[in-house]
Design a protein around this ligand. Structure first.
Ligand code: C2E
Ligand code: CA
Ligand code: CA
Length: 581
């Protein structure tokens, strides 16, 4: 810096310098930094060739002028005032500054200005030394762009999205809380399949096309980013209400649905969308994307090519799984389950032919949990086996209770295939029945089609032994698996339960009616009784009666009931139907 301080003008410099004139001149002429020396009034006295090169001004064009000729207009007056104030106080200023070349181009430079003082300590000259930063800037911009944009689709990438969202939310919260934004999480449906069958090049083309189409929907403040492989995320800013947010989701679906012509082939793409709203669903980028992601998964599960808004139950989802595990184990230890019973009504005499035991769990911390939720979970984790044993024990207790009321109605127990396939399944059931001293003919075993499908020989022998012990056997949810009736001939079955999905539309859909009719006829030929599940309307009962369905179960007669309510129901039923026996 000392050397710089001494660069007043070349002559002066030379006179006081301990370096030879020729050397100083050589440096001045050859350095790549532009150098400009002014007098104390800031009138330019000399410039070097690098100055001429960077600014485009020849020496003669600037001598006698002030450096203001280079001003770009980028900086406001206070910027220059501060700069000169700093030089006055500290003798030096350094920083990035935008100047203008003779051609009019504005460019950034790294500038050092030094105030040179004479022996009396007064400023005699100023010396400015600068490096052109424009090339470095271009590189930096390029790097930044590469860091922030997705190289395939040219929209923002995940990092840029987070950054832009953060600053959006920051500025929003500063304005007002009545502002709303909608975040859309998009996941293309079956994209993996497309990639696998048509190749990655086609997959890439599709992604680019989708990004282009999505961009046509956006206004300038909206944000779009490619979030991952086939995921995009969009923020629609300043949304008036949920309806507007929903309408936009429909637009997204519409633009994506349009067929894409790729190599002369029409390709159809659809997307599943999850939406979260700022601020109700979250006030941070992380919360909003998390919620939108959850809602997207929900959309996927609900049939794809649709959108769902986030709702609180989705949040509990993942926390719930963790809780479910620990609570279920605890509940099994403490036998926290109850059985409800749903009557099955015989059509020809209107008697209660049997009861289906359905497990209920009212957890202290989770509240009521549906068996449709915890049974599959118990199956996944193997907890179904101890659980199933508790259910069988409770069914034994119910049989004994019914006997005390003089009732002998068989109870049907649902047996999971996991339990059924255990090698000691038969023994474990027998042990329980012996312990309660309840013979097997009080029970019916319900197994699903899927349970009996594979490993036929072992299954057959198990079922045969169950029958020999006195159990009745029903095939549950018939129609949802893939077995044909003729396949079922090999099993010793007493009843076939037609799945609720067939019964549901039996009064409106002719083809469902035809299927149910065929199942009933064939089952009868195979000497099986037929139970219709999930019957809710009188009209369904009429149709089923005409088809000679043997037994009906469903809300039409009764929901599953706890044992004490069941006893009331039976009493009421017997009074109503006396004499019809
Ligand atoms: P599932 O064996 O097919 O049981 C019939 C389901 O349909 C029961 O649901 C019952 O409450 C319901 N339902 C009965 N009538 C009607 C109706 O008219 N309309 C409608 N909409 N539904 C009706 P739940 O109790 O929620 O049980 C669901 C499933 O959970 C059962 O389907 C069964 O697969 C499983 N499950 C329930 N209890 C047990 C059990 O003790 N052990 C095993 N392994 N699985 C069980
Ligand atoms: Ca069942
Ligand atoms: Ca069923």
């Amino acid at each position: 810096m000392n050397e710089v301080n001494n660069w007043n003008s070349l002559e002066k410099l030379n006179s006081i310098s301990k370096y030879p004139t020729a050397l100083i001149t050589k440096i001045f002429e050859n350095v790549s930094e532009g150098i400009m020396i002014t007098d104390k009034h800031k009138k330019i006295e000399m410039v070097n060739p690098a100055f001429e090169f960077v600014t485009g001004y020849k020496r003669d064009e600037v001598i006698g002028k002030t450096p203001a000729v280079l001003q770009s207009g980028v900086h406001e007056l206070p910027f220059y005032l501060n700069m000169w104030e700093k030089i006055r106080q500290e003798g030096i200023w350094q920083g990035e500054i935008w100047n203008r070349r003779k051609t009019g181009d504005v460019y950034p430079e790294w500038l050092t200005i030094v105030g040179v003082t004479n022996d009396a300590g007064e400023i005699s000259n100023y010396c400015g030394i600068f490096t052109d930063l424009s090339e470095r800037k271009i590189v930096e911009n390029e790097l930044e762009k590469r860091l922030l944009t997705d190289s395939l689709t040219d929209v923002s990438n995940r990092f840029a999205y987070i950054e832009r969202m953060d600053s959006l939310l920051e500025s929003t919260s500063a304005i007002s809380h009545s502002v709303q934004h909608a975040v859309y999480f998009l996941d293309l449906d079956r994209f993996k399949q497309i990639n696998d069958t048509l190749g990655h090049a086609v997959g890439d083309t599709i992604l680019i096309e989708i990004a282009t189409r999505l961009q046509t929907l956006l206004k300038n403040k909206d944000i779009i980013a490619r979030y991952g492989g086939d995921e995009f995320i969009i923020t629609l800013t300043n949304v008036k209400n949920v309806r507007e947010a929903a309408k936009f989701a429909e637009q997204i679906i519409q633009v994506i649905e349009q067929p894409m012509d790729i190599n002369g082939q029409n390709i159809f793409i659809s997307t599943s969308i999850g939406i979260s709203m700022y601020p109700v669903d979250g006030e941070s980028t992380e919360q909003l994307t998390h919620c939108a992601d959850k809602a997207m998964t929900y959309s996927k599960k609900n049939g794809r090519n649709g959108y769902s808004f986030y709702f609180d139950e989705l949040q509990t989802d993942s926390q719930r799984v963790l809780l479910l595990d620990s609570e279920l184990r605890k509940a099994i230890d403490e036998r926290e389950f109850e059985l409800y019973f749903q009557p099955k009504i015989e059509m020809d005499n209107e008697q209660i032919q049997g009861l289906e035991a359905l497990v209920r769990w009212n957890s202290e911390s989770l509240g009521f949990v549906s068996p449709a939720e915890f049974i599959p979970y118990a199956e996944e984790t193997g907890l179904i086996i101890p659980l199933s044993e508790i259910i069988i024990e409770k069914a034994c207790e119910a049989v004994i209770k019914l006997q005390q009321f003089g009732l002998k109605i068989p109870i049907a127990i649902n047996i999971s295939s996991i339990h059924f396939k255990q090698s000691n399944f038969l023994e474990s059931v027998q042990v329980i029945l012996e312990r309660y001293n309840t013979p097997a003919n009080n029970f019916e075993i319900e197994v699903t089609e899927r349970t009996v499908m594979n490993s036929a020989t072992e299954t057959v022998s198990k079922l045969v032994r169950l029958k020999q012990l006195g159990f009745k056997i029903s095939i549950d949810d018939f129609g949802t698996g893939y077995s044909s009736l003729s396949y079922l001939v090999r099993f010793p079955l007493d009843c076939l339960k037609i799945d609720r999905s067939f019964i549901q539309h039996i009064s409106s859909l002719d083809e469902k009616q035809a299927v149910v009719d065929a199942i009933i006829q064939m089952s009868h030929r195979l000497k099986m009784k037929v139970v219709a599940e999930g019957v809710e309307q009188a009209q369904q009962v009429d149709i089923l009666r005409k088809m000679n369905c043997d037994i009906i179960q469903g809300y039409y007669y009764s929901k599953p009931l706890p044992l004490d309510e069941l006893l009331e129901f039976i009493e009421f039923w017997e009074i109503e139907h006396q004499g019809r026996k």
